[in-house]
Design a protein around this ligand. Structure first.
Ligand SMILES: [Ca+2]
Ligand SMILES: [Ca+2]
Length: 187
């Protein structure tokens, strides 16, 4: 069972990923996402655009492998919710399972970090985070950035993202900084 806050986050995230608003998440949504990210970052060089698209499509393949239960290459809202419940359940179980789930979230977090991090620096800047939100169609939020930057260094490290991703999927604490990974949640 998901807590109310997890339900809200799962639904918010599904709505964001479902770029063409057809109620399903599939490869098309991620192609659109890649275009939107390229626009948010003013990436015009064809090679750089192709590289960005490859990264985004790898992300889709990873997500599809985890969440597409009936193997039809698209993820329904029900499958999405089942995926979130499975993550939650395996964290509640034995430690061996637990570490596998946490590893999968850590992998997702590293992917998220790389997607946000457009320059080859060891951190994500406020501007990069703003572009990330823009690519999701979300308004810029300094407040969200400041929450994710929990140690107040002015940048987001990979470790900040690992904590944020775990909280985004697993926490029902309204104060958890990771809640705002994809911008302020709808109220
Ligand atoms: Ca869609
Ligand atoms: Ca499916």
């Amino acid at each position: 069972m998901l807590g109310d806050l997890q339900e809200l986050k799962a639904s918010h995230y599904f709505d964001l990923i479902d770029e063409d608003d057809n109620g399903l998440v599939d490869a098309r949504d991620f192609e659109l996402r890649a275009d939107r990210m390229a626009e948010a970052r003013n990436v015009h060089d064809p090679e750089a655009r192709a590289e960005l698209r490859d990264r985004v499509m790898t992300w889709w393949e990873h997500l599809c492998a985890l969440a597409d239960i009936d193997d039809d290459d698209r993820v329904t809202r029900e499958e999405w919710e089942t995926y979130w419940e499975a993550l939650q359940a395996s964290v509640n179980q034995a430690e061996a399972e637990n570490s596998r789930t946490l590893q999968s979230l850590e992998r997702a977090a590293r992917g998220t970090f790389q997607a946000m991090n457009t320059t080859d620096t060891p951190h994500v800047t406020e501007e990069e985070y703003a572009e990330w939100l823009q690519a999701w169609g979300m308004p810029e939020s300094k407040a969200a950035f400041d929450q994710l930057d929990r140690d107040g260094t002015g940048v987001l490290t990979e470790q900040d993202l690992v904590q944020a991703v775990k909280e985004f999927y697993l926490s029902n604490d309204p104060q958890a900084p990771g809640n705002v990974l994809y911008g302020e949640l709808p109220r």
